[in-house]
Design a protein. Sequence first.
Length: 370
Amino acid sequence: MSKRNLFLLITIIGLSLLSGVVGGLVVRSYLLNLSFDVPLFGDINLGSSYRRGNLIISQPRKVVVQQDDRLAGVVAEAQKSVVDFYLKKNKPALAPFNQPALNAAPFYFNYERVGRGLVLTNDGWALTSAKISQPENFIAVDYEGNIMPLESTAENKAGGYFVKVRGQNLAAVQFADKGDAAVGQLLAVLHDDEVRVAYVENILKTANAGAVQSSEGWYRRIKISPSSLTRGDIVFNLSGLALGLYAADDLVMPIGYYVQPLANLLNKTEWRQTYLGVNYLSLSALVSEQELAGALLAPDAKGVAVVKNSPAAQAGLKAGDIILEIDGVKVDADNDLSELIQSYQPGKEIELTILRGKNKEKIKVKLGGG
C-alpha cells in the first residue's frame, strides 16, 4: 500500500471516530440536555424524575449484565426448593421398546406433571396448589431428578395442600417477610418449564378503601405485572426469598398466609382460624387531610359491627370504638387489624388500646378459634 493510500485510510478512520464523538455530544447537549436535563459529560443522573430519589447509571450495560447474573443465580437456587408432582406409574413407560435398560423403572415426562410444590421444611413438607388428596397415587421429583414417594397430605383451609414427601435434607425455601416486597421490585416467577420476569405493581394491604372488613379476613395481596401466569406459579424476589404463590387476576398470595397453618401442622394440632369477631373500617386506607390510623368498628352489610358472643363482645367492644394498638403495636397502614389478629394463635390473651369517644382505654381479650 502506498503512503498516500495509507494516509487516506488513517484520515477516514479518524474522521469516523470524530463524527461518532461529535454525534454523541450533539445528542446529549441539544436533545437530552434540553429535554431531560442530562449533563453533557459524565454519568446519567435521573434525579427527581425517578420516584424513589436520585439514581445514577454509570455503566448501563454492566448494570444489565449484573442483573441478569443475579436473576440466573436466584433461579438456580430457587429450583432447589421446588419439587414436581406426577401421577404414580406402575409400569415402565417405555416397556414396549423391549429394552432391558429402559424397563427397570417408570419414566415421567414434563408434560405429565400435575403440579409443583414449594419445599417448606428439610424433612419434606411442601406446599402446592395442586389437588393431591391421595398421596399413594403420586410421586415427587426434586431438582436432581430423584423420585420420592409421598407419605401424607393435608388440605390447607387457607388454600392448596400441604404434602409430606419422603425425603431427608431437602432444600427448604426461605420465606419472605411482608417487608421484603416493594413496589417496582423485580421478581422471578417459576412458570411451567420457564422463568418469567415480573415486577411488583402494587401491594394491597386492605380491601377497597371505605369497605368494611372482617377481623378474620386476610387482605394483603401482591399485585404483579405482567401476569399471564398459572395458579400456583411460585414467585421469588431477587434476594431468593419466596414471596408467595400466584392466585389469579395478577395477584400473588403472600407466603405469610400459610405460616400459621404450617405451624399447626408441624405441632400436630388442628388448624383453627384465630377469632376476634369484629367488622371494621381501616382508617389508614381513607383519603384525608390528616393522617388517620386505627380500625373503626363499623357494621357490615348485615348491620353487625361486633359479633354476638364473640371474644370481642365478651370483652365489651362496641360499634364506634377505634382500635389503636394491639399489644403496643400500632394499627396503621403497615399493620392492618386483621393481619395482626391472624398472627396470633387461638387462645392467646392480647391487650387492645382503644379510643371510645374522647377517652383511651385498654381492654384485654382472649382470642378464640374457629
